[in-house]
Design a protein around this ligand. Structure first.
Ligand code: CAA
Length: 258
């Protein structure tokens, strides 16, 4: 399938989605978000795919929701259209692991989209921010909630209230980013990491993702109980038998995603 605003490639069990609206620094227009939602549907229903990488260009992962598209909209327009809800939130409903590979600007909806992924690898040029306040609006794709959980109230509040950007070093220090990849190796490293995940048992990586994400939703005891159920359920897979047999026999496991 071909898309107008994104490029989708499949390599070694990994789906690579590249946002591709260079003329607008990958601003998240409705057509782009529709393409992205469709690509996630396709990749998630493909049994050959065990992990996904989402990236942009060197200059911009995404510079936010499309301001030109929003400029003339009124509240009833947005409310009736349920703007940003169905396709905009699609990433947060993905069940397979997704890595955001961020170079350059990840602003507003771009920062929010990166935070919907499971973890963020960043190049040295990455800049994160929620500049919506400078446009007279609030964050709209979860920034006020997810940024606060990632970097704490003080930094999230400062960034959302002033629009200040965070560079890659500060983003890594505060836990927004898992690693900074030096030089121009960002996408290669993200693909390498995703390939490693895709070689694991897909049902198990999906269960791990669900369990980690549960920690944002429920109390510690509820979360630990959920993890225990997932842990025990893993013993219902052939991949558990294979993984443990491979360890005992000192060989590499071959998982079948069953
Ligand atoms: N929407 C639409 N177009 C955008 C855009 C956006 N978010 N960001 C950049 N562009 C366009 C520019 O209008 C420009 O187009 P033209 O060549 O037709 O003028 C092109 O992309 C290149 O941008 P700049 O010339 O501005 O590039 P720069 O290097 O000088 O600046 C930048 C880069 C600092 C990222 C600047 O483009 C910028 O501030 N962009 C807007 C960032 C922003 O406010 N994002 C939040 C959007 S609101 C939101 O996201 C709501 C939400 O939470 C859902």
């Amino acid at each position: 399938m071909t898309y107008e605003n994104i490029i989708v490639e499949r390599r070694d069990g990994v789906g690579l989605i590249t946002l591709n609206r260079p003329e607008a620094l990958n601003a998240l227009s409705c057509p782009l978000l529709r393409d992205l939602a469709q690509a996630l549907d396709d990749l998630e229903s493909d049994n050959q795919i065990g992990a996904i990488v989402l990236t942009g260009s060197e200059k911009a992962f995404a510079a936010g929701a499309d301001i030109k598209e929003m400029q003339e909209q009124t509240w009833p327009d947005l409310y009736v259209a349920n703007y940003m809800t169905v396709d905009g939130d699609r990433m947060s409903r993905s069940r397979k692991p997704v890595i955001a590979a961020v170079s350059g600007y990840a602003l507003g909806g771009g920062c929010e989209l990166a935070m919907m992924c499971d973890f963020i690898l960043a190049s040295e040029s990455a800049k994160f921010g929620q500049p919506e306040v400078t446009l007279g609006i609030t964050p709209g794709l979860g920034g006020s909630q997810r940024l606060t959980r990632f970097v704490g109230k003080s930094k999230a509040m400062e960034m959302c209230l002033t629009g200040r950007m965070m560079d890659a070093e500060e983003a890594e220090r505060t836990g927004l980013v898992s690693r900074i990849i030096p030089g121009d190796g960002l996408v290669d490293e993200a693909m390498k990491t995703a390939t490693k995940i895709a070689a694991m048992s897909t049902p198990v990586t999906m269960m791990i993702k669900e369990a980690v994400n549960r920690s944002y939703e429920v109390t510690l005891s509820e979360g630990v109980r959920f993890e225990r159920v997932m842990f025990q359920a893993a013993f219902g897979t052939e991949d558990q038998s294979e993984g443990m047999a491979a360890f005992v026999e000192k060989r590499k496991p071959v998982f079948k995603n069953r």
